[in-house]
Design a protein around this ligand. Structure first.
Ligand code: ROI
Length: 165
């Protein structure tokens, strides 16, 4: 069975966020034909976008999966729903659990419901720093090393949580 290496971003800023992310790692590992290979520490981060919401807990993980991008997306959305995610139509509002496909092997996807590589990645320290932790030698879609992307983003507001991993 052909499997791809896929990086996922996790975020939560409602409820017991740290607990939610730990359980989400387990849920991801239980997706059919999918195995969790590596997970980052958990990080606390100030909200990007509207500031009138709680700080986030963020992390990333590396999985190996035989699922195609849209099948994987469906599984991730089911996990989000299982953790009480409500889609209120409010853009960039708070959420109990957000799971994003950041990179899917070397593939690009551009459909209305799914864009890979994830479009916000390059400016998001709460994605790049945990990604750098688990993949320090990664070459990004523009051909540059991840260290360079990290060096170009603002790191204030991001804090590694010692309780994790
Ligand atoms: N801000 C932070 N710090 N972390 C997130 O995961 C996150 N997710 C979002 C928006 C609302 C853009 N802001 C975020 O979707």
């Amino acid at each position: 069975m052909h499997k791809e290496h896929v990086y996922l971003g996790l975020g939560s800023n409602l409820g017991e966020s740290e607990e939610t992310l730990h359980r989400a790692f387990d849920a991801i590992n239980n997706i059919e034909d999918t195995r969790l290979l590596r997970k980052s520490s958990l990080y606390s981060s100030t909200p990007m976008g509207p500031q009138d919401q709680p700080d986030y807990v963020n992390a990333v993980c590396l999985i190996e999966t035989a699922l195609k991008p849209h099948s994987l997306l469906k599984q991730l959305q089911a996990i989000e729903l299982a953790y009480g995610r409500e889609r209120k139509g409010e853009r960039w509002g708070p959420r109990t659990l957000d799971l994003d496909i950041l990179l899917y092997g070397a593939e690009s996807v551009a459909t209305t419901d799914l864009i890979i590589p994830h479009s916000g990645m390059s400016q998001r320290e709460f994605v790049l720093v945990p990604l750098f932790e688990i993949a320090p030698n990664m070459i990004m879609p523009d051909g540059k090393p991840i260290a360079q992307w990290v060096a170009n983003c603002t790191l204030d507001g991001l804090r590694r949580l010692r309780t994790s991993n």
